[in-house]
Every structure is written in C-alpha cells, then in structure tokens.
Design a protein around this ligand. Structure first.
Ligand code: ADP
Length: 357
C-alpha cells in the first residue's frame, strides 16, 4: 500500500517519510513531549507503534523529489530515426512544425494553428519517437508527462501538476507538451485508473489550459493513447485535441524501413537481407524490431567474445559480422507484440473511433 502511494519518491524521501511517521506516532502517544528538545526515554521508543494515520499524515508533508521539477528537454531524435510512417510524419510536420516555422502563412490564409494532437495506435509503434522528432525538428522544447505518473506523483494535487506543466511550457516556448497514455487520466468517466474524482478534476484542468492557450502561442500538446475510444469526448472537440493522427502497426515496407534505422552503422554479413527480415516479422512493431536488432548484435558479440583470445580482440574485431543465423536466433527470442487477434481488436477500435469523428 505504501509502495503504491510513493511514486516518484527516492530513498531520501522514504527516509524522511519514516522519520516523520515515527514523529507523528510519538506526538500521538506523548502529546506533552517537546520533541525538539527533550530526550526520549528508551522505553517510550520501544513501545512506539507507527500506525497508518501517522504515515498518512507524514505523506501530506513530503513531496517526492522526482516531481519537484517539470523537466524541459530538447530531444535529439530526428525524422531519420523514425522508420516508415511517411504519411504520419507529413501530417505532424504540417500540423505542428509549419505553424511554428511559417506563422505568417497561417495568418494570411486565416488558418488555425493546432493546439493539440491526439496520436493513437498500439504501444511500441513510434508515437513517443515521432513526438520527440517533431519537437526537435521544430526546434522546440519538450516536456514529457506520463498519464499515470501525473496521478501518482502529485498525490492529491494532479490538477496543480497540470497547471505547472503548462506554466513551464509557456515560459519555455516554443514547447511541445507530450502527454503519454492520456487515457489513464482522461478516459471516459468510470474508466479511469483508481477513479476518485481525480480524473474528473484533471480533465477539467486540462480543458481550461487548452482553452486558455492563445493561438500561435507556440505551445502545442501531443497526447497519445492506444485506446482512442476511451478518451473523454470533451477533450477531442475543436480547438482542443482536435487533430487525430493514426500511428499504425507497420506493414512490410514499414518494417523494412525500421530495420534500416536499427541496423544503420552495424556490421551486417552480406547474407542479411532486410527484405527477408521484413517478410519474417509480421506483427512486430518498431519496439520489437529494435529488440530483434539488439538481440542479433548481442548474439554476434557473444559468439565473438567467447571464441577469441582477449589479446587478439582489438586486431580481429573489425571482422565481426552479424549473420543471418544471429537474426534467426533473435527472431526466436523476440515475439511480435501484435497477434492477429489483438490486431483485429485495434483495427476495430480505430475504425469505430474514425467513424465517430
Ligand atoms: P510508443 O510511444 O508508440 O509506445 P515508442 O516511440 O516509445 O513507442 O517506441 C519505442 C522504441 O521502439 C523507440 O525508442 C524505437 O527505438 C523503437 N521504434 C518504435 N517505432 C519505431 C519506428 N517507426 N522507427 C524506428 N524505431 C522505432
């Protein structure tokens, strides 16, 4: 129970929590003691029992270190690091990068710049990667918040968290605010994680912030979900997260391009054919393909390290190649995330969502 309620706490925060809880217990059993100056008798300490209320009280006063700062970063991901997804990249470029780069065109054409984009698709398909790439290419700062973290880290103060995020974004503009797994905070009523009205308050704060963003204020929100059907529809209305971008499971051509990204600069044997790899990996998403490439490199390294005299490594390492067999081994190790059944489920959800728009 305590572990669940202390997200974002580092060791030092937990130590403070333990100390404060014990102090609360002491105050409870010996209200007359002046804890600042009096020595506490050993027998008092021995009989001391910390109860749940003591810990709850202590929790109120301790803010987890990890959340004291909203981190602003400038990502180093570029479009080149994202394999395939050409249409998706184009959509994002037009929606986010253009208004920042060419505001005069948008004014002249009387076009509204987007304030919010919802990216939807199964996990591991490159949504985070795309958001970082668009922020980098638009020379924007990037603030990344995971939905579940927002709920957990700001124990009882999630709306304040949302407000702080937008404040920080404004003062660092141009900024892309990235809300990952937004369904965990902004799912339709009753669907939210551990709902106790928190979700409701966070959604209404998010709406207030989105509505308060002036056009061309150079703050854009990108939210992601793999359950677009669960998002509170108020968030999807015009002027809010009204641009919807699908990030699909890659097809064969997409997979080949993702293999290109993740084998770039690696010493591949001539027999390794990316088209063959793409044809063997139906159901693998980008994250799986990255894992396959990592596993194949590891298999090649393992073989080399175990077979070569350490004194000769420096001279012979230049000959190491990742072979077709290494990839075959990797394909056995790494399973596709998307099975035919889950693919069907995603496709149904996505279709329903598109029709409802
Ligand atoms: P999502 O946000 O959709 O869950 P991520 O963007 O976090 O997925 O992807 C996880 C990792 O998988 C990335 O860091 C990257 O290495 C790899 N990956 C996913 N999609 C792609 C892609 N289209 N091209 C290249 N790498 C990808």
């Amino acid at each position: 129970h305590y572990a669940e309620n202390t997200h974002g706490f580092v060791g030092a925060d937990l130590e403070s929590l333990a100390r404060e809880s014990a102090m609360n217990a002491l105050r409870r059993i010996r209200p007359e003691l002046d804890l600042e100056s009096e020595e506490i008798d050993a027998d008092v300490l021995e009989s001391l029992e910390v109860n749940e209320a003591d810990v709850k009280e202590a929790l109120k006063g301790i803010q987890p270190s990890a959340m004291r700062e909203v981190f602003v970063e400038v990502p180093d991901v570029t479009w080149n690091d994202v394999g395939g997804l050409e249409d998706t990249k184009e959509r994002l470029r037009e929606t986010i990068q253009w208004p920042l780069d060419y505001p005069e065109v948008f004014e002249q054409m009387d076009m509204e710049a987007a304030k919010g984009v919802l990216m939807y698709g199964p996990p591991g398909t490159g949504k985070t990667l795309l958001a970082k790439a668009v922020a980098n290419e638009a020379q924007s700062n990037f603030i990344s918040i995971k939905g579940p973290e927002l709920l957990n880290k700001y124990v009882g103060e999630s709306e304040k968290g949302v407000r702080e995020v937008f404040e920080k974004a404004r003062s660092n503009a141009p900024t892309v605010i990235f809300f990952d797994e937004i369904d965990s905070i902004a799912g339709e009523r009753g669907q939210r994680q551990g709902d106790s009205g928190v979700g409701e308050r966070v959604v209404s704060q998010l709406l207030t912030e989105l509505d308060g963003l002036e056009e061309l204020e150079d703050v854009v929100v990108i939210a992601t979900t793999n359950r677009p059907d669960l998002i509170d529809s108020a968030l999807l209305r015009p002027g809010r997260l009204d641009r919807h971008v699908h990030v699909p499971v890659p097809d064969e051509d997409g997979r080949k391009k993702i293999f290109e990204v993740h084998t770039r600069g690696k010493p591949l044997a001539d027999a390794v054919d990316l088209e063959w790899l793409a044809s063997e990996t139906d159901g693998y998403v980008g994250a799986d393909i990255e894992a396959v490439c990592r596993e194949a490199s590891m298999a090649a390294s393992r073989e080399f390290i175990n077979s070569v005299d350490p004194d000769e490594m420096a001279d012979t390492v230049g000959n190491v190649r990742i072979s077709k067999e290494h990839f075959e081994h990797a394909l056995e190790e790494v399973n596709p995330s998307v099975t035919p059944e889950t693919r069907e489920q995603y496709e149904e959800l996505e279709e329903e969502f598109q029709q409802a728009e």
